[in-house]
Design a protein around this ligand. Sequence first.
Ligand code: ACM
Ligand code: ZN
Length: 736
Amino acid sequence: MKPHIIPIPSQLDIHEGVFVLHKNVSLYADADLIAVAEFFNDYLKEKLGYTLLLQNKQDVQTIQFIQDDAIENDEGYQLIVSAKKIQIKAKTAQGAFYGMQTFRQLLPAVVESDELQIQNIQITDAPRFGYRGMHLDVSRHFFSVDFIKKYIDLLSQLKMNTFHWHLTDDQGWRIEIKRYPKLQKVAAYRNETLIGHYNDIPQQFDGKKYGGYYTQEEVKDIVNYASERFITVLPEIEMPGHAQAAIAAYPELGCTGEVINVATKWGVFEDIYCPKETTFTFLENVLDEVMPLFPSKYIHIGGDEAPKTRWKACEHCQKLIEKENLHDEHELQSYFITRMEKYINSKGKQIIGWDEILEGGLAPNATVMSWRGTNGAVEAAKSGHNVILTPTSHCYFDYYQSDNESEPLAIGGYLPLEKVYSFEPIPAELSKEEAKYVLGAQGNLWTEYISSSEKAAYMAFPRAIAMSEVTWSNPRKRDYQDFAYRLSHFHKQLDAQHVNYANHLYEIEGNVTTRDKQLVFDLQTVIRDKTIRYTTDGTSPTGNSKIYDNYLPIEGSIILNAAVFDDTQKLGRDFTLVYNDHKAVGAKISLAPQPHTSYPGSGKEGLINGVSGNETRYGDKEWLGFWGKDVTITIEFDEPTKINTISTRFYNANGQWIYAPTEIGISFINDEDGRTLNQISPIQQKDETLIPHTFQLNGVMTKKIEIFIPNYGSIPEGKQGAGNKAWTFVDEIVVK
Ligand code: ACM
Ligand code: ZN
């Protein structure tokens, strides 16, 4: 039987025969690998109910952990299963550990006999990137030590090697600092928490005190647990922004000295650390307690989303800008980070910061974590700094993973498994030399909308599984169909460990397209050997519904419901595609500029395919995203066409930097008198997610329409992402 290994190994050859694993097989390990062999025995005990006798000779029927300097990569390994023995060879214990993790995937998820046949096989494997990470925000919601350990254990099964622990933020400080007891008493708790979505009007709160923190003993326990699994714990202590919880405990850390509360809702807050000597002393003292707890060579200092409002109005900050000959508040942020870097470097550690640390000049030895797209990564790598890729478009696992309406509430956006899987961590702009600065990539799990460990698992898995293959495997080996198939087997391993992962493998992808000039629905499933059944009368498909075969001709507006079946048994959830016929469907369309590569939707044709975008997920196939650019859309008809209305919609999610434009224009040549007509209309700004606009044209005849959508411009002060360019998201252009 073909094994289903994730992440897919570099090389895998299947041989004739099997190794029979039973309780009298012996175990051998070279001295450096004994701890891994013991870990393996603990696993067998749990899985099979017995351990193997660790012997110091290489017996006939043995599983052997062999230290082998010929294996080049420190994290690489070779796994050879033959009839008489199983060998795991590696240069280091870490490599041997990964060999063991691969071996685990050769065993069935549920063991029914204590004698197991293992296919003879030879695997040679090593990772593509040295940094393979997952992040977890424990400030917005707090997670138990047991859950953190389970998360770490799962990451280690995927051969990930870094757990980025986001420990401090506006909504709670989560690590014990003995010198500052108010961080525990005040900063670790908020009075209440926002419920529902941030964009709900009015915002609602639960009225319940919420919080908690990890004691230093618990931190040590977690770090130790992680290190047994070759996972480095990267602690993040945010500065100068996302500091409201700390300032609530010690108001003198802020610019105003005013007493404020730990934040009770999400977003970006103006109260940030004031760069006073006493603030630096506080942060140095905090780091003096943090650094010894974490063997990691890196400390993450945050650096993102620090509004400069307070600094602009603060006498001390303004004097400091003058005294240090700084240009502006961005250079003051750079001064802040560089000064903290110097301190951290003096303790033998390096810093990592979010890509805002590039603004105002990058600290000399910093590693950049690029989250606002990949420009930060490109800029940093080109200037000789190490980078880690974690762009929102492919790495934010707090986004929706399915466009199904029954998904649990998420922050917004749309990041399905396949998009994660398609991620290429090395930006195309980098040369081969520059690409060496890319250490790897990471999935982020921000927890504003994740209040339980079950939901955290649901959002993280399987997207973290895709990320493991993105960061470990050779891109030439990546194939989504094959991955999905292996994943369907990996699900059983997760079931056996009671992991509440999301399963969207039996969902349908539907498109409106043309075949032989005929408009058709094209339905696809990821797992190929199943049946799709559908209805067109608005009902939910059942085991008796019609079977979808190959394209469904579309004759006019229609609602299609479909689902995946194993013959007559429904496997996944219903998929609905609403097709609204209008005059522009099938017309010629062009766009200038093209949408941002992270949000291409289904291309320009998606704007006139009769299908509107999802109302809560701006990243789906129907929404096209443009970043900071004015857009011109041109639609051309085969012959003069009578037009009464042109309607479209804009997405408006200011927390995600998405703004409807303030106006929209059209231009067309009136076919009756040959005159060009231009029309510009203001767009009413509202606190709503969808902003529609309709032009009334009262039956003009034309062959060609141009639509101008100017970008909103810079994000205003006080808003999330202030000063950055806004995004424009547009979906269907409906012409009637
Ligand atoms: C971030 O998402 N603010 C790094
Ligand atoms: Zn200040």
